[in-house]
Design a protein around this ligand. Structure first.
Ligand SMILES: NC(=O)c1ccc[n+]([C@@H]2O[C@H](COP(=O)([O-])OP(=O)(O)OC[C@H]3O[C@@H](n4cnc5c(N)ncnc54)[C@H](OP(=O)(O)O)[C@@H]3O)[C@@H](O)[C@H]2O)c1
Length: 293
C-alpha cells in the first residue's frame, strides 16, 4: 500500500528526448536550430546555477544557447536594450530574463518588453492574457510540467476538484487557469484562506506551491487524492533527510500513506520545468518558422 511515487526525472527525460528529435527534424527542414537566450543580471550564485542549467539543457537537445550577462549595476535601460536586441535577432527563438533582478530594476515592466512570441517563460501580459482567455500562447513551464505529470499518472482533470495552494503569477495563477481549461473545478488558496486543511481535503488533485516546508500534512489530503508538491525550500540537510537539503511543501512520509500518487522533492516537479521550457522554445521556433505547431 501507499502512494505511487511520481518519477519527474523519467517523465522529463522522455520530453527532452522528444524535443531533441523534433529540433533535429526542424533543423533539417529549415536549416536553423532554435536559439534560446538567457539574460543574467549580476552574479547571484543561485541564478548562475539556473542559467547554467538552461544553457546546458538547450545545447543537449541541439538548440543554440545564447548567454547574455550584464553587471549587477546595469540600469533598467541597459537591460531593456539587451532585450530589444534579442527581440530583433532572428536567431533567437526564446528569451529568458532570469529573476530576481538585483538593485532597483522592476522585473515586471522589463519582462513585459520581451516579444510575446519569444516569451518562453509565458510571463508577459500578452501570454498571461491569452491563457486567461483560453487562447493559444506560450504558457509558464512549471504549471505545464504539472499537467504532464498528472497525465502521466492517469489523473482525470475533467470534473475533478483541483485545489492549488499559492497564487503567484509564476505558478499558482497559470496553474489554476490550465486546470480550468482542462475542465476541472478549481479552488485557489493563499495566505488569507480560512481553514486551509478543510478546503484542501476536498481535492481530488492537490497542488502545493507555497515555499513552506511540510505545510501539507495528512489532514489536508482526501484518501486517494493525487498530490503534487511544487515547493522547494532549503533547510539543514540533516532535517531534510537528503543531501541537497531541499524539501517540499508536503510532508512526504505522512501524505504517502493517504494519497494515491505523490511527487517527491527533489525529483518530482523540479526536473519538469527545464523540459517544458525546451518544449516552449521549440514551439516558439516553429511559429517563427511558420511551421505548424
Ligand atoms: N521548478 C520548480 O520546481 C518551481 C517553480 C516555481 C516555484 N517553485 C517553488 O514553489 C514555491 C512557490 O513559488 P512561487 O513563486 O509561487 O512563490 P510565491 O510567489 O512566494 O507565492 C507563494 C504563495 O503561497 C501563499 N502562501 C504563503 N503562506 C501560505 C500559507 N501559510 N497558507 C496558504 N498559502 C500561503 C502566498 O499567499 P499570498 O498570495 O496571500 O501571499 C502566495 O500566493 C516555492 O517554494 C518555489 O521555490 C518551484
Amino acid at each position: 500500500v501507499g502512494a505511487t511515487i511520481i518519477d519527474g526525472k523519467a517523465v522529463a527525460a522522455r520530453i527532452r528526448e522528444q524535443v531533441a528529435a523534433e529540433v533535429h527534424e526542424l533543423r533539417d527542414r529549415t536549416g536553423a536550430a532554435p536559439g534560446l537566450a538567457t539574460v543574467l543580471v549580476g552574479d547571484d550564485p543561485a541564478s548562475q546555477i539556473y542559467v547554467g542549467g538552461k544553457q546546458r539543457a538547450s545545447a543537449e537537445v541541439g538548440m543554440v544557447p545564447i548567454d547574455r550577462r550584464l553587471p549587477a549595476d546595469a540600469s533598467a535601460a541597459d537591460i531593456a536594450s539587451e532585450l530589444e536586441s534579442l527581440n530583433a535577432d532572428d536567431e533567437v527563438s526564446g528569451i529568458l530574463l532570469q529573476l530576481p533582478l538585483p538593485g532597483g530594476s522592476d522585473a515586471s515592466s522589463l519582462t513585459a518588453l520581451i516579444d510575446p512570441r519569444k516569451d518562453v517563460d509565458g510571463l508577459t501580459p500578452v501570454n498571461a492574457g491569452l491563457l486567461a482567455l483560453g487562447q493559444p500562447g506560450l504558457r509558464p513551464a512549471t504549471p505545464l510540467g504539472v499537467i504532464e505529470l498528472l497525465a502521466d499518472v492517469g489523473a482525470e482533470l475533467a470534473g475533478a476538484e483541483v485545489v492549488v495552494i499559492g497564487r503567484s503569477n509564476l505558478f499558482g495563477k497559470p496553474m489554476a487557469a490550465l486546470a480550468l481549461q482542462a475542465n476541472a473545478t478549481v479552488t485557489v488558496c493563499h495566505s488569507r484562506t480560512r481553514d486551509l486543511p478543510a478546503v484542501c481535503s476536498r481535492a481530488d488533485v492537490l497542488i502545493a506551491a507555497v515555499g513552506q516546508p511540510r505545510l501539507v500534512t495528512r489532514e489536508f489530503v482526501k484518501p486517494g487524492a493525487v498530490v503534487i508538491d511544487v515547493g522547494q525550500s532549503r533547510i539543514a540537510p540533516e532535517q531534510a533527510g537528503n543531501k541537497s537539503g531541499i524539501v517540499g511543501d508536503v510532508d512526504f512520509e505522512q501524505v504517502r500513506e493517504v494519497a494515491s500518487a505523490l511527487t517527491p522533492v527533489p525529483g518530482g516537479v523540479g526536473p519538469m520545468t527545464i523540459a517544458l521550457l525546451l518544449r516552449n522554445t521549440l514551439q516558439a521556433a516553429r511559429s517563427h518558422a511558420r511551421v505548424e505547431v
